[in-house]
Design a protein around this ligand. Sequence first.
Ligand code: ADP
Ligand code: ZN
Length: 536
Amino acid sequence: AAAAPAKFATAEQALHTVFGYDSFRGEQAEIIAQLAAGGDAVVLMPTGGGKSLCYQIPSLLREGTGVVVSPLIALMQDQVDALTAVGVRAAYLNSTQDAADRASVERAYLAGELDLLYVAPERLGTEQAKQLLARGRIALFAIDEAHCVSQWGHDFRPDYLALGELAERWPEVPRVALTATATEATHREITSRLQLERAAHFVSSFDRPNIQYRIVSKNEVRSQLLDFIRTEHAGDAGIVYALSRATTEKTAAFLQTNGLNALPYHAGLDAATRARTQSRFLREEGVIVVATIAFGMGIDKPDVRFVAHIDLPKSVEGYYQETGRAGRDGEPSTAWLAYGLQDVVQQRRMIEASAGSAQASDSENIAHRRRLAQHLDAMLALCETVQCRRVNLLSYFGQASTPCGNCDTCLTPPAAWDGTVPAQKLLSTVVRLLRERGQRFGAGQIVDILRGKETPRTRQHGHEKLATWGIGADLSDQLWRGVVRQLLAQGLLATTGEYGTLALTDASTEVLSGSRTVSLRTEPERPVGRSARSAK
Ligand code: ADP
Ligand code: ZN
């Protein structure tokens, strides 16, 4: 078969002529050289680091077509459009095409008329696709979002597992795996599952020094958010992440009512509305998109000034990837997260209820739940840390660092207080309810008992007769909720069942017996950050 002619003598030439950039960033030049010379590579680079050029340019330098595996079908069209606009011959093969479109892409590939071909992983897994590729000339394989191969990661796609076969079928074709979300464990798994043992590894720093990380405790989340945006990011473009579609709608409406240019975005909206929202976000100034995680993947907007989370993300990887969409231009930006007791209860409950897949065995499903719980625990540790947020984040990605001086815990170091006695009061209330009454309750009722707050529900159950009734009247409702949340986060308390009632853990018995003390972080009275400091 004919091959696409190599059009550029050097990587620099392609960088200037095709993409219009002056110089390479970070390790781009080294990665491109490795691939252009026929070697394999594993590239760990944060979002916005410039991964695409790392395989696009070698595809232009080498003979044949660069085959790019990308899980995001929705983005293939955008990527192909962007490349076509700068004169690169690019196309894609995925399930959204009709037979005629597919046939014409296949013809172009076989005729050697494509520099880049994007393929969905499920398609590349088929024998038909492999036979097609075998009849043409492949410049390289690029496996984007390579963390999807990791069963322990947060974004596993079974179709990725089959990509290891590429090494056997095309041993002479260079392969590059790229990801923005890699812990050491994921890095190892990418290397072994994709058979990249002989690859060169390029691990960029994951630090994003221009992003200020802040985590506040949630009480009136919508007005907290509004206050944050008004005082620090008036007129700025930003993304607000929430877990449910309903929350994105309600929050966007609330922000609109308060004069902000906010739009909801989630998978339940029709394609035309989603496309319109996305293009307004890209083109207009100061648009705020309130979205589920469906928004932002591959969206390249350099001046997103803030990313706010109003629900607790499910993993540090996901959180890091989402916050990474702020400040790609290197200017100061904020990652702001509000989380509360209800987040912890809800997510623990969801994990417990998650059935896993019907095809998987019981032990696989147990392992799946354990993995979700580990992801959540790491996220909670980040939220509850009294140390630098950035140090905590980077160490999660295997990178040592020193306190940044720019996150909330660095700027306003949280004090710790001895919470052993309140913890004992709370735990013994949980124990007594179960032992004396055979009852389990959620946090609300337990806090009411501790504070001796009469309600129809406490009266109905005669809870004022409990020995622990009112023994925690010295602490406010909000403080108690903070105690419950932190005990849950530290594994000193658990939730059970569909209603998220509270229960003890092995570690809580140590607290009750007095053999273990409990250190809690002091919750600031007002939100930290510029808004708090500028407040009268
Ligand atoms: P990633 O895939 O790592 O998130 P992208 O490949 O989308 O990052 O690149 C992020 C942005 O940086 C894009 O706008 C891209 O055009 C730009 N970019 C990449 N490399 C360079 C460079 N060497 N010089 C200037 N801009 C670059
Ligand atoms: Zn810090």
